[in-house]
Design a protein around this ligand. Structure first.
Ligand code: PEP
Ligand code: MG
Length: 592
């Protein structure tokens, strides 16, 4: 039994059996299997070998029919390689003697083949090394795929453990099957982390050597508040953990009452609190009455859940469902923001050395305007049924906004000509997530109806710290004075221009940061549904004058650490108020 410290990413406490995810074929997980699982694991290997052999036979026939027997010969050789008893017994032994999972055992065979053959001289020998290992790569792919199929068919709820926190890991199973997610690496603000929080999953990243310490199905405690995991806990630890979870649930329930009340400070300042949505399945996971709308709908995740581009009709139906569910509340559709770690399986963008600085967001859709037109048509058609807004990601200059406006005007005219009903006014907003957009914000605000800060990207671009790169994750500091000043400046310019401004990046869900944003003059925040109650509670218990003073103090500070300390004081103050109000409610004898 041991407790390991990582980084807290998604709050909450979970207990359950571990399942190691083999979601990314290029990251082969290595972990120990239990002795009673050895036979099953060897069976998995043999089944995968059969499937790979069948695949090769099918391919061989296809090639023979199309290109001729000679070209098909290599596939016959691949099949024979898989029948080599020495290779098979090597893999078998790794599973039985070292208790390795089948994927790791196959990977180690592949590595061994390369080491042996790399020692030999000559290009033709190296080419032979590739040939010898190639069929084993097919076995590896089959194993990874079979794991997904087996897990999808099972019913139990599990804690997912993986090498890296990617969107693929978070969506590996239905969200009702995932108790928590734990990974070896991953940024706190990567898209995987954003999804985990959005789905309300406790999540801890940066757990050193996690997979090497794990056995499949091992019992684990995940503390997403403190950022720790405990492997194979004893009964006493489990009991203490369950007790804490009960207290936590009771607090969440008490806070939930505030989610129903207006998010207005005691001295009368209102700060709207909306939700971020990633999937159509988010409908029903939060109470519509508890939020002021959808402040950010990341439409790319709707695209990612499909096997080809959704048609206009499909998009319209999905968008309409969200609009209908939200009634008169606004729904902010962000146009497709792909690139970087948000890839569509059916739209391969070129591999880039610096994807964060590359072809993503508006840069893709302005170049592939057909994509943009189809999406705008679907959004505008949905606008006839509710309160719809459009938001543009990765804006760097006014030209881009004007280019979108032109497309938008064309699409609107076309739709009207075709007899579709479209709302008279669909507000258009820009995301501020690239530093250049702050310097030209005074121009941008004249051409848009609202401003929304994507702090996840803004922080990475201001600080030159890749939000997905675990090697620099410690440098990713939303509390950096440069970020604090940028945030204050964005609010000031927007308000001077009379344009509403909001923050939809992850910082808005941190209630202490939310109070800072309140003091800066932001009109709205958009947060993962899980954070609605806490943020609304904080607003209802903090005078605006106090938040303004907080901003004045924060703007004087010289280091991220100093801002952290200031925000820690805010949390303490609010915690004391919470205890006081509990005491009042329970007639003066509430417990802390
Ligand atoms: C952001 O960058 O803050 C944002 C909201 O967009 P995403 O996290 O999807 O990049
Ligand atoms: Mg962004």
């Amino acid at each position: 039994m041991s407790t390991i410290k990582g980084t807290a990413v998604g709050p909450g406490l979970a207990i359950g059996p571990v399942h190691v995810v083999r979601a990314r074929p290029d990251v082969v997980p290595i972990f120990t299997i239990r002795s009673e699982e050895i036979d099953g694991e060897v069976e998995r290997l043999h089944e995968a070998l059969l499937v790979a052999t069948e695949q090769l036979t099918r391919q061989e026939k296809l090639v023979a029919d199309g290109a001729g027997e000679k070209d098909a010969r290599i596939l016959a050789v691949h099949r024979m390689i898989l029948q080599d008893p020495r290779a098979l017994s090597t893999v078998d032994a790794r599973i039985r003697d070292e208790r390795l999972n089948a994927e790791a055992a196959v990977q180690s065979l592949i590595d061994g083949l390369h080491v042996t053959l790399d020692k030999l001289e000559g290009n033709s020998v190296r080419g032979y090394a590739a040939d010898v290992s190639e069929p084993w790569h097919i076995v590896l792919d089959v194993l990874l795929q079979r794991d997904r199929e087996l897990m999808t068919a099972a019913e139990d709820r599990v804690i997912l453990a993986a090498a890296e926190l990617t969107p693929q890991v978070v969506t590996f199973l239905g969200r009702d099957r995932i108790l928590a997610i734990v990974t070896e690496t991953g940024g706190r603000f990567s898209h995987g982390a954003v999804l985990a929080r959005a789905f309300g999953m406790p999540c801890v990243v940066g757990v050193p050597n996690l997979l090497a310490r794990l056995e499949q199905n091992l019992q684990m405690l995940v503390d997403g508040d403190a950022g720790t995991v405990q492997l194979d806990p004893d009964q006493e630890s489990i009991d203490r953990f369950l007790e804490r979870r009960q207290r936590r649930d009771a607090r969440q329930e008490a806070l939930g009452i505030h989610a129903e009340l207006p998010s207005v400070t005691p001295d009368g300042r209102r700060l709207g609190v909306s939700v971020n949505m990633e999937s159509i399945r988010d409908i029903g996971t939060f109470d519509v009455e508890h939020c002021d709308g959808v402040g950010l709908l990341r439409t790319e995740f709707l695209y990612m859940e499909r096997s080809q581009f959704p048609s206009e009709e499909e998009q319209f139906r999905l968008y309409r469902r969200v609009v209908d569910a939200m009634g008169t509340r606004p729904v902010t559709f962000r146009t497709l923001d792909i690139g970087g770690d948000k890839q569509l399986p059916y739209f391969k963008t070129p591999s880039e050395l610096n994807p964060a600085l590359g072809w993503r967001g508006l840069r893709v859709t302005l170049e592939w305007q057909d994509l943009m037109r189809v999406q705008l048509r679907a959004v505008l058609r949905a606008s006839a049924y509710g309160n719809v807004r459009l938001l543009l990601p990765m804006v760097t200059s006014l030209d881009e906004v004007l280019a979108v406006r032109e497309v938008l005007t064309g699409v609107r005219t076309q739709l009207r000509d075709q007899g579709y009903e479209v709302a008279d006014h669909v507000p258009l907003g820009v995301m501020i997530e690239v530093p250049s957009s702050i310097w030209v914000l005074d121009h941008l605000v004249r051409s848009v109806d609202f401003v929304s800060v994507g702090s996840n990207d803004l922080v990475q671009y201001i600080l030159a710290v890749d939000r997905d790169n675990p090697f620099v994750s410690k440098l990713y500091e939303p509390q950096h004075p440069a970020v604090i000043r940028a945030l204050a400046e964005i609010a000031r310019i927007s308000r001077d221009a009379g344009k509403p401004c909001s923050v939809c990046g992850e910082i808005a869900g941190d209630y202490a940061m939310a109070l800072l944003l309140l003091g800066m003059g932001y009109d709205d925040l958009s947060v993962a549904p899980n954070f609605l109650a806490e943020v609304r509670y904080a607003i209802r218990h903090s005078p605006f004058s106090e938040a303004e003073e907080l901003v004045r103090n924060a703007l004087q500070l010289e280091s991220p650490g100093a801002v952290h300390r200031l925000l820690a004081q805010v949390r303490e103050r609010l915690h004391r108020r919470e205890i006081e109000s509990q005491k009042e409610l329970s007639g003066g004898d509430g417990e802390s």
